[in-house]
Design a binder for this molecule. Structure first.
Ligand SMILES: Nc1ncnc2c1ncn2[C@@H]1O[C@H](COP(=O)(O)OP(=O)(O)OP(=O)(O)O)[C@@H](O)[C@H]1O
Length: 722
């Protein structure tokens, strides 16, 4: 298409320089830098299969979606420190590694942050830069090149069925009895990918978790140890996912290997037999599950996981799949598990007794005020939710357990403060259907972008200043702090979601309404044009995403019954028992941490009101108007007294009051600054104690007094955000 430009307007167009057309290797070499010039440079280079372009020390990598001959050992050697002058070498991810090694030599820790949308090639870049570091910092005496290609699959190309073969391993361990630390680090990849990667609509090998890998570097520049930290594995995928997607690779790897003699005892069936796999894809183009499983076993071997331990892990994976096959008598309103077979199978894999498992899923144990425990059959939907939550917990915890064990194998001897770290998080996602998982993933990308903005621009500007160079123009960049604040700040969307799950009758719809009421005027929010739609959109730094909020509340709850913990601890499978003990310890720590924190707060701001000023506890009964009025007066007195006390204590006029009724924790966010804000949760009893906290995030307003009142009438009220 040709655009006609008026001759008079030609002078207003920017002049194009030759370098801009040629596609420079470092954007800083451009005489004039603007969006068009950057884009044109990167595009021109990409057409020549030069996928890398530097912008100072930042590297732009464009996914080639094909194999390029640039990752050979010979090429890597060209980038080793001292081999060549970096200025003479083409931009490359190895060049980025070289920058890092140079920094390391000056005794400074180095970090590579990788950002980009899903499928952009982050994980592959992370693996390449880590291979480089391994090679540059350590001897590779235990590594033997099998072939010079990276270990990735080629994603389906548009218009083809894209069945490309999975590539050979980059390195094979020559002597599995003596793998070096470098070998071990590289070998973590097949395991983590098997358990943490899955096919999505964007990427057939998409990382469904974030990963921070930290290699500890000794003063003599060798790798001493390594640790991996995982973030936010998408556990919801275990029980459901889009029809064009697939569950985690490990399920399909095991299914592919079902003919292997040593796995026969697991009685693995074809994928159609498993409810958690049905309804989505069974095959990921470009991924050879059988081959990957062999690599996983090789990796386990290199990391010194005994075969018995590997079998335990595989049993847990099969146990998770088997859980999904537990069915219920649909006609009944109360949960009733059909037959025994599925329960027996799960019990066999996970080391539970059939009865204990049945009871955990079917029966709810309610603790009554007097301490008595009443057993009641769960409603059908609740039992299904417990089954699925248990499957998600098991999978997610097994993943964490695996990482812990891997870290133990990679643990360093001695300490060194210098490290090389790579952060690879799930990329920005915008699908046809976006749920809570996408909101979390996109938030982490926003946070990374925010960090990048603050760190990179500030750092560059400070460097200029230190060198006495004037930038000459005001440097502007797209600031995304407001989006981060809106999602993750005080009173932001996520804290509203946390509050909402506590409200008995809350629904996804009530949550959306509140989000719109609170943040609807924020230019970053896109309101749905359809009234009553359970959706909202957010204008992220990387584009607009519409979130379907159906299921947000349930996904955010993830609360398992106490019996689940008991069941885990009772398992005869040591892996599950370990998980049970860990979950219990964490729960205890969280509780005592909360208590300690609360105690500290309470200690500091203990507020003793004269008894006469305590509002009466009314209990769960209807009250008439006269009584309501009295309560109202009581509340006002309380407020007045609190206000006075706050002032005496030199606090500002907003505070968070924490009360206690019997065993039920009570707190009430109160504003003493007139009529503003929202309220919290309130309970009163004869032995009421009111405590204040300085960092109240909300205040009590006049409208909230109604809620406060109704809360008191009911004995307990949840007032926040209503
Ligand atoms: N340098 C490369 N050379 C050849 N192909 C590549 C390269 N980088 C990525 N690919 C191809 O693109 C696919 C997706 O890359 P990768 O898994 O690294 O993306 P990602 O950004 O980590 O995505 P996600 O956020 O979904 O995990 C790879 O499986 C591979 O087929």
């Amino acid at each position: 298409m040709q655009a006609t430009i008026q001759a008079s307007a030609l002078g207003e167009l920017p002049k194009v320089h030759d370098a801009q057309l040629a596609g420079v290797g470092n954007i800083c070499e451009l005489v004039v830098v603007d969006n068009a010039a950057v884009l044109h440079s990167v595009r021109t280079r990409y057409k020549r299969s030069d996928i890398y372009t530097f912008v100072s020390r930042m590297l732009i990598a464009v996914n080639p979606f094909k194999e390029l001959p640039i990752y050979s050992k010979d090429n890597l050697l060209r980038y080793l420190p001292g081999a060549n002058d970096i200025m003479d070498l083409p931009p490359h991810v190895y060049g980025l590694g070289l920058h890092a090694v140079k920094g390391q030599k000056r005794g400074k820790s180095q970090v590579v942050l990788i950002s980009g949308e899903s499928g952009a090639g982050k994980t592959e870049s992370a693996k390449l830069v880590m291979s480089y570091i391994s090679e540059a910092l350590g001897s590779s005496r235990h590594m033997q090149r099998r072939e010079s290609r990276p270990r990735y699959s080629i994603a389906p190309e548009p218009g083809t069925d894209g069945l490309a073969k999975r590539r050979q391993s980059r390195y094979s361990v020559v002597d599995p009895k003596m793998p070096s630390i470098q070998d071990k680090i590289i070998q973590t990849n097949p395991i983590l990918e098997a358990f943490g990667n899955a096919m999505t609509v964007r990427n057939n090998n998409s990382s469904r978790f974030g990963k921070w890998t930290q290699m500890m570097i000794s003063p003599n520049m060798s790798i001493q140890g390594c640790s991996v930290t995982d973030y936010l594995l998408e556990v919801t995928r275990v029980c459901s996912r889009g029809e064009k997607e697939r569950n985690y690779h490990i399920f399909f790897q095991l299914l592919q290997a079902r003919g292997e003699e040593e796995l026969k005892c697991l009685d693995i069936q074809p994928p159609e037999a498993y409810s958690y796999l049905r309804g989505s894809q069974f095959v990921a183009p470009g991924i050879d599950d059988a081959r990957c499983f062999t690599e996983v076993k090789e990796a386990f071997l290199a990391l010194e996981f005994a075969w018995e331990v590997q079998m335990e892990i595989f049993k847990v994976v099969m146990g998770v799949l088997a859980l999904g096959n537990i069915e219920f008598t649909e006609a009944a309103e109360e949960a009733e598990i059909k037959g025994h077979d599925a329960l027996l199978k799960v019990g066999g894999f996970l080391g539970f007794s059939e009865e204990a498992l049945r009871s955990m899923i079917e029966v709810q144990k309610l603790k009554m005020p007097g301490g008595e425990v009443v057993h009641r059959k769960r409603p059908l939907d609740q039992a299904k939710a417990v089954r699925d939550a248990f499957a998600r917990l098991l999978y997610g915890r097994t993943f964490k357990w695996l990482i812990e064990k891997i870290n133990a194998k990679l643990a360093q001897a001695g300490t060194t403060p210098v490290f090389f770290g790579v952060l690879d998080i799930a990329g920005f996602e915008s699908f046809e259907h976006n749920s809570l998982e996408q909101l979390f993933i996109n938030l982490s990308n926003e946070l990374l972008q925010k960090h990048f903005n603050e760190f990179f621009f500030r750092m560059e500007l400070e460097e200029y200043e230190a060198e006495g160079v004037s930038v000459g123009v005001e440097v502007q960049y797209q600031d995304n702090s407001d989006i981060v604040e809106m999602i993750n700040g005080k009173g932001g969307i996520l804290s509203m979601l946390d509050d909402e799950v506590l409200i008995p009758k809350a629904t996804d719809q009530t949550f959306v309404s509140k989000v719109i009421r609170t943040h609807g005027n924020n230019p970053r929010i896109v309101k749905s044009k359809m009234g009553g739609a359970v959706k909202f959109g957010i204008k992220h730094f990387a584009g607009e995403v519409t979130y379907d909020v159906s299921g947000f509340l349930e996904k955010n709850m993830a609360k398992l019954p106490d019996e689940a913990l008991e069941l885990l601890k009772s398992s005869s499978c040591s892996l599950i028992e370990e998980i049970g003990v860990r979950v219990a310890t964490e729960a205890q720590e969280a509780e005592s941490g909360n208590r300690a924190r609360k105690a500290e707060v309470l200690e500091r701001y203990r507020l003793l009101l004269p008894r006469a000023e305590w509002p009466k506890f009314i209990g769960r009964r209807q009250v008439n108007d006269e009584e309501k009025l009295k309560i109202m007066i009581d509340v006002l007195c309380l407020q007045q007294a609190l206000r006075q006390r706050l002032t005496e204590m030199g606090l500002d006029e907003n505070g968070l009051a924490l009360g206690k009724l019997g065993k039920v924790p009570v707190m009430c966010c109160m504003g003493f600054n007139g009529i503003q804000g929202r309220a919290g949760v309130l309970r009163f009893d004869g032995a009421l104690e009111i405590h204040l906290r300085r960092d109240a995030d909300s205040a009590l307003g006049s409208r909230d007094l109604d809620f406060l009142l109704s809360a008191m009438v009911q004995g307990i009220g949840i007032l926040r955000g209503t």
